[in-house]
Design a protein around this ligand. Sequence first.
Ligand SMILES: Cc1ncc(C[n+]2csc(CCOP(=O)(O)OP(=O)(O)O)c2C)c(N)n1
Ligand SMILES: [Mg+2]
Length: 585
Amino acid sequence: MSSVTAAEVLVDSLHDWGVNTVFGIPGDGINGIMEALRTRQDKIRFVQVRHEEAAAFMACAYAKYTGKLGVCLATSGPGGIHLLNGLYDAKMDCQPVLAVTGMHYHDLIGTLAQQDVELDKLFEDVTVFNQRVMGVTHVENLVDLACRTAISYRGVAHITFPTDLQDQELSRKQASKRNLPHHTSDVCAQGARLPSVEDLRRAADVLNAGKRVAILAGQGALRAGEQLEAVAERLGAPIVKALLGKAAVPDDSPYTTGGIGLLGTKPSQTALEECDTLLIVGSSFPYIEFMPKPGKARGIQIDIDPRRIGLRYPVEIGLVGDCRRALDELLPLLQRQDDREFLGKAQKRMAEWQANLRKQEGRSDLPMKPQMVAAELGRRLAATAIISCDSGTNTTWWARHIPAKRGQMYSCSGNLASMAAGLPYTIAAQIAYPERQCVAFVGDGGFSMLMAEFATAVKYHLPIKVVVLKNNTLGQIKWEQMVFLGNPEYGCELQPIDFAAFARACGGHGFTIDDPATCGDILDEALAMREPTLIEAVVDPYEPPMPPSVTIEQAAHFASSLAKGEPNRKKIALTVAEDKIREMV
Ligand SMILES: Cc1ncc(C[n+]2csc(CCOP(=O)(O)OP(=O)(O)O)c2C)c(N)n1
Ligand SMILES: [Mg+2]
């Protein structure tokens, strides 16, 4: 039998776990692993990125969009440190990700040598599994347990690998006497957790007794759309969607009132305020001020993670299990609610809300309104498009003005709410689904953080489309400073970049849209491109992302920020006043 190196054992084991893509950047701490990847290119594709943070975001997005393990690789010291933000994104949105990092020579660790960072210690907080390789015969056991733990506990596993051990040949002589070869398994055992019959019956009793049931659907409900709609129909219940649950049911479903929270809709907020019973399906939506007051409604929660039952609302019954299967079991126990008034009212309010959105989207102002750009894009997206966004005001426009259609996928950095995720998410989506339309909808601040990844898309001929909302400001923060604290904006203006020229400089296509009259045609042309394409949309920096309803405190803060010397107060006041008037007429 020909000999294999420890790094080859790592790569072969990953392949056995079904891994076929690894995102990363080489370095002297992982060159042994790179060699194993080089000689196994037919099994695993190595995608070279420009920043390890992007590799971790890609691994996270790969997991989100495929349901499979995402894998990233970084060298010792700085490479591993760069991964962290993307790994936290995976941790906080509960995605199975394996990070492999390099480490210094095994016998120099802890001796102040170059790049001697004990990454296992650093990664302690972000991981559900975190080990350093102690010898060549350790690798197979570690990989099996790392992959299994990441998948079963929906979190980040980390293996850090001393560089000199990577190219050592596997010799069973080195194994301890209890470490028999191949004593671990690479079988991916899927849990089929279902709530107990008793709990399902109790939950059904509560739901059947409700007169005004609302459903809050999150990321965990993404693969349970049909079931959600069936339950909503049976109970006459509106479906309110948390941000990560945007694609759980399409926005044209008669049952949904769209998103919830600051970037959600008023009808969703009202539904949660007025419901007497709340069914939470796969969501840990963190803004509890939008939930019913504790005790105001009876609560039922379905979640795959028992720890999360009762996390944000004091529910009476927790159904622990896969949302789709749990809803399948629940449905036959539910009686049809004959009083359709609660759903009917929500639908009426939603129609009014939609009419207001359409007004915003139809505006032909210069500079362009971001709502208009989002809507024009949304109209043109393919039936199976995958659309990722960043954190910022762009998230609000994405959430409200790009309607999710059946068959599309949507995601962003949800609980971490990190900027810069949109582009790496889109690259990962395109790698996972070469035939689908993959689009990033991002802000100029977030995009510029990891914009070098556009060159990654060019390198691999990925026909991604990136829509950059260019408002030359960290828009979201500007509004937060004014509306939440009553202060003038500070530190928010951005040095403008010619993003279209940048895209061309990378070898891709670059378009600029600055006029509503040509916006649609340019989008058509850009979306038809077969190489990476960036569309820079020059939008109004003074357009506020209005919350579904403005509190008196927010209005007072806003007024005080203008009075305190907000530098752009005239333009801002005019824009806000004009928006308000248009809403009324
Ligand atoms: C990595 C990171 N840094 C800072 C923040 C705080 N933050 C949230 S939104 C935002 C502004 C985003 O600006 P831009 O990408 O231009 O989007 P816009 O709000 O203008 O649409 C900032 C700084 C964050 N969420 N993530
Ligand atoms: Mg911006």
